[in-house]
Design a protein around this ligand. Structure first.
Ligand SMILES: *[C@@H]1O[C@H](CO)[C@@H](O)[C@H](O)[C@H]1NC(C)=O
Ligand SMILES: *[C@@H]1O[C@H](CO)[C@@H](O)[C@H](O)[C@H]1NC(C)=O
Ligand SMILES: *[C@@H]1O[C@H](CO)[C@@H](O)[C@H](O)[C@H]1NC(C)=O
Ligand SMILES: *[C@@H]1O[C@H](CO)[C@@H](O)[C@H](O)[C@H]1NC(C)=O
Ligand SMILES: *[C@@H]1O[C@H](CO)[C@@H](O)[C@H](O)[C@H]1NC(C)=O
Ligand SMILES: *[C@@H]1O[C@H](CO)[C@@H](O)[C@H](O)[C@H]1NC(C)=O
Ligand SMILES: *[C@@H]1O[C@H](CO)[C@@H](O)[C@H](O)[C@H]1NC(C)=O
Ligand SMILES: *[C@@H]1O[C@H](CO)[C@@H](O)[C@H](O)[C@H]1NC(C)=O
Ligand SMILES: *[C@@H]1O[C@H](CO)[C@@H](O)[C@H](O)[C@H]1NC(C)=O
Ligand SMILES: *[C@@H]1O[C@H](CO)[C@@H](O)[C@H](O)[C@H]1NC(C)=O
Ligand SMILES: *[C@@H]1O[C@H](CO)[C@@H](O)[C@H](O)[C@H]1NC(C)=O
Length: 661
């Protein structure tokens, strides 16, 4: 308001200068020339003249456009994406988008819509995604969607909609996503669901509506990609309503604030009358648990029981024979055997992450899961002095094992010999004690990724990584090396197949010239956040075309004989180093400007020295270390004066000589 008044005042006085001021204030950010612009939050009340007619992708949210009409976007005929989030739009008039045939995404989220003309969306025949979240809509008749033949997703969350019945001419044929999150839909009738009949493979979201009734047979012989009834307090309503339906995924979780009824075995019988592949029941509580609780789960392949207050699963559960993926995260097990793994013999994926109590791995608790491929046991406070052969017995098909974020684990030699097929092993942030001189990873012939981030290894053990012929990706981030040095002989010599090596935050001071000689196939080396100086660049001399991260080290001057080593790499990050911008570093500074295309993070690559240039981007430094034009001028003047002086001196000398002959 204050701005408006002062502007008005200025308009009266100097109308021209006020215009200049406002247009300076309102600078859209160009993200891609002539195509992509961001004009968010600039207090704009019209499309600025500075936007080219060719604009295709426009983020215009958080401005002020109370009415849209046929002139508002007239110029921008090639728009494909238009975001008008929170622009206080009330009225959308006739033919607003009449010539916008390419428009495929329109975001009207957060506008208090009062009126949308019947023809307001007539132009964009190729509109695919329409966002009408938080627009105050209470009736679907409000939306003029009748000719949007290509609509694929319609987002209607956080409105006041109570009935999902679409008008007869609603073209649902291509619809894939219909999102009614957080509305007031408490009842679904047969007719409601019929209006969506044309859509195949639809994902329908009623999350946060607390549906209290579904007409019997409403979903009879319907097929959905996914159905979400999250936050429903009484699941028996849903199970009854979904009789004879087919859905790939059914989401029935609740939230912390839902006052929900416990799930009983009787309720779950409803699943026998429908077909579901993937079921999520997160945060519910089970009132009773018996061997028959899951008898109607015979078709279920994925089951998510995250935070369902489980302390165990009874043995002899029937019905989970086809289950492939099971999520039991954030429950209250004391011991892994309490899940009674024999209940789900076909399991290929098991996730138990963030167990509330300290989890004991026990002995052979998963041995019946001979088909298991992925096992996530991260964040479980697991502690074991002698891991992991007994604990992981018979997991001969395991490919991915996540033991990150646990308590100290002791690993003996061949600790993973029960899982010879492992391809990925994540031990990040788990303190490891290696018992004995031999490699705990021996015989992992297929291991490709090994994450040892912050695992406090004894890196002086040169055999630590022996026996990993296929290893491509190794992170040793946050581990320490003796004396801060990677020596000529080191633990990397046994892993010549490495392609990605992470050695960031290892407190490194130096690297031997030959330390990386064995790494023939390396393509990515991250040495950031160490204390390396330019001498360490020498150790990379035999590497070509790699991504090299040297950010946040102690590099100040890079002498000219090291520049070819940098030149032969593909991408280099030198940000956050104390770089010297004086003439002693002129070769590097010149090289830097010529090779800007290879450098990433150049915004953060700045001078540390001399003090007047501190913080200046290297690419902006202009240094002249030869003789300047001014210098040349003075030199010439000096030489001229010197010559004149010499001439007179000689003349004087000769005259003096003749006078004394
Ligand atoms: C953007 O448009 C201007 C004027 O039409 C033209 O000169 C320029 O080459 C265009 N730039 C790109 C990247 O297309
Ligand atoms: C819109 O795009 C078409 C095809 O790419 C082009 O011929 C036309 O000039 C563009 N129109 C504007 C106003 O940029
Ligand atoms: C825009 O709408 C106004 C009033 O409804 C009308 O007079 C005008 O012809 C329209 N302009 C175009 C280009 O359709
Ligand atoms: C942009 O489009 C408007 C209206 O279509 C036209 O008057 C104007 O000349 C165009 N500007 C350019 C630079 O082509
Ligand atoms: C159904 O949709 C899902 C994702 O929405 C997609 O992955 C799947 O391929 C689709 N299936 C068919 C048959 O179109
Ligand atoms: C489900 O299908 C069966 C067999 O086709 C039928 O008898 C039953 O009435 C259907 N149930 C509902 C609620 O439509
Ligand atoms: C090991 O897994 C296989 C399936 O791969 C299974 O047949 C066998 O019974 C399991 N062994 C034990 C001791 O459970
Ligand atoms: C292992 O689990 C941690 C924490 O749950 C996660 O951040 C990490 O991405 C997982 N590792 C893999 C390879 O998925
Ligand atoms: C360990 O590294 C792998 C590969 O980069 C990554 O997928 C995983 O998320 C990392 N684990 C953690 C806990 O960050
Ligand atoms: C490097 O890669 C090539 C091609 O993938 C492969 O044949 C060779 O064995 C690899 N070298 C090492 C040391 O693993
Ligand atoms: C350069 O490396 C630093 C440290 O790893 C990182 O934070 C930054 O994002 C990198 N810069 C770019 C442009 O990737």
């Amino acid at each position: 308001m204050a701005f408006d008044c002062s502007c008005l005042f200025l308009v009266v006085l100097f109308s021209a200068s006020c215009k200049v001021i406002t247009s300076l204030d309102q600078m859209c950010i160009e993200k891609e020339a002539n195509k992509t612009y961001n004009c968010e939050n600039l207090g704009l009340s019209e499309i600025p003249d500075t936007l080219p007619n060719t604009t295709e992708f426009l983020e215009f949210g958080f401005n002020f456009l109370p009415t849209l009409h046929n002139r508002t976007f007239e110029r921008l005929m090639n728009l494909t994406f238009l975001d008008l989030t929170r622009c206080q739009i009330n009225w959308i008039h006739e033919d607003t988008f009449q010539s916008h045939h390419q428009l495929s995404t329109l975001v009207l989220t957060g506008n208090p819509l009062i009126f949308m003309a019947e023809t307001s969306l007539n132009g964009p025949k190729s509109l695919k995604h329409l966002f009408l979240i938080q627009t105050g809509i209470s009736n679907l008749e409000f939306i003029p969607v009748h000719n949007l033949e290509n609509l694929e997703s319609l987002y209607l969350g956080s409105n006041h909609i109570s009935s999902i019945k679409f008008p007869k001419d609603f073209p649902a044929r291509n619809l894939k996503v219909l999102d009614f999150q957080n509305n007031a839909i408490h009842y679904l009738s047969r007719e409601d669901i019929r209006s969506l009949e044309q859509a195949t493979n639809l994902s329908l979201n009623f999350n946060g509506n607390d549906v209290k009734g579904i007409e019997l047979g409403a979903f009879d012989s319907t097929v959905f990609q996914s159905l979400n009834f999250g936050g429903t307090s009484d699941l028996s309503v849903i199970f009854k309503g979904l009789q004879n339906s087919t859905t790939q995924s059914l989401w029935l979780g609740v939230f912390d604030d839902t006052d929900d009824k416990d799930i009983s075995s009787a309720m779950l019988k409803g699943l026998c009358e429908m077909s579901v592949e993937s079921l999520n029941l997160q945060k519910h509580r089970f009132s009773d648990f018996s061997s028959t609780t899951f008898q109607c789960f015979t078709q279920i392949q994925e089951l998510d029981l995250t935070a369902t207050h489980l302390v165990g699963l009874p043995s002899g559960i029937k019905g989970l024979n086809l289950l492939k993926k099971l999520v039991l995260s954030v429950n209250h097990f004391d011991q892994l055997c309490q899940i009674n793994a024999a209940n789900f013999p076909s399991l290929t994926h098991l996730h138990i992450r963030g167990n509330v109590r300290k989890l004991n791995l026990g002995v052979g608790c998963l041995e019946k899961l001979g088909n298991l491929q992925t096992l996530d046991l991260s964040h479980n406070d697991i502690e074991a002095s002698d891991c992991c052969s007994l604990q992981l017995r018979n997991l001969s098909h395991l490919q991915t094992l996540n033991l990150s974020y646990n308590e100290p684990l002791g690993l003996q030699s061949q600790a993973f010999k029960e899982c010879p097929q492992l391809e990925l092993l994540d031990l990040a942030f788990t303190h490891l004690h290696i018992n004995g001189p031999q490699s705990p990873f021996q015989n992992l012939h297929f291991l490709q990724v090994l994450n040892l981030t912050y695992s406090f290894l004894d890196t002086s053990n040169q055999h630590l990584l022996a026996g990993l012929p296929a290893l491509r990706h190794l992170s040793l981030k946050g581990n320490h090396f003796q004396d801060g040095t990677i020596m000529k002989t080191n633990l990397l010599q046994t892993v010549g197949s490495l392609e990605i090596l992470i050695l960031s935050s290892c407190d490194l001071l130096s690297i031997d010239r030959q330390a990386f000689y064995s790494l023939e196939n390396i393509s990515h080396v991250d040495l950031s956040h160490n204390s390396l100086t330019c001498d360490s660049i020498d150790s990379l001399g035999h590497l070509k075309g790699i991504y090299l991260n040297l950010a946040a080290n102690s590099i100040n001057i890079i002498s000219s004989h090291l520049l070819p080593i940098l030149s032969q790499q593909s991408t280099i990050n030198l940000s956050h180093n104390p770089l010297d911008c004086t003439c002693s570093n002129i070769h590097f500074l010149t090289w830097y400007k010529e090779n800007l295309h290879k450098l990433e993070g150049s915004e953060e690559t700045t001078c540390a020295n001399p003090p007047p240039l501190r913080g200046v981007k290297l690419s902006d430094v202009k240094l002249s270390c030869g003789i300047t034009a001014m210098g040349v001028f003075f030199l010439i003047v000096f030489l001229l004066l010197f010559t004149i002086l010499l001439f007179f001196a000689v003349k004087y000398l000769l005259r003096w000589k003749y006078q004394h002959i």
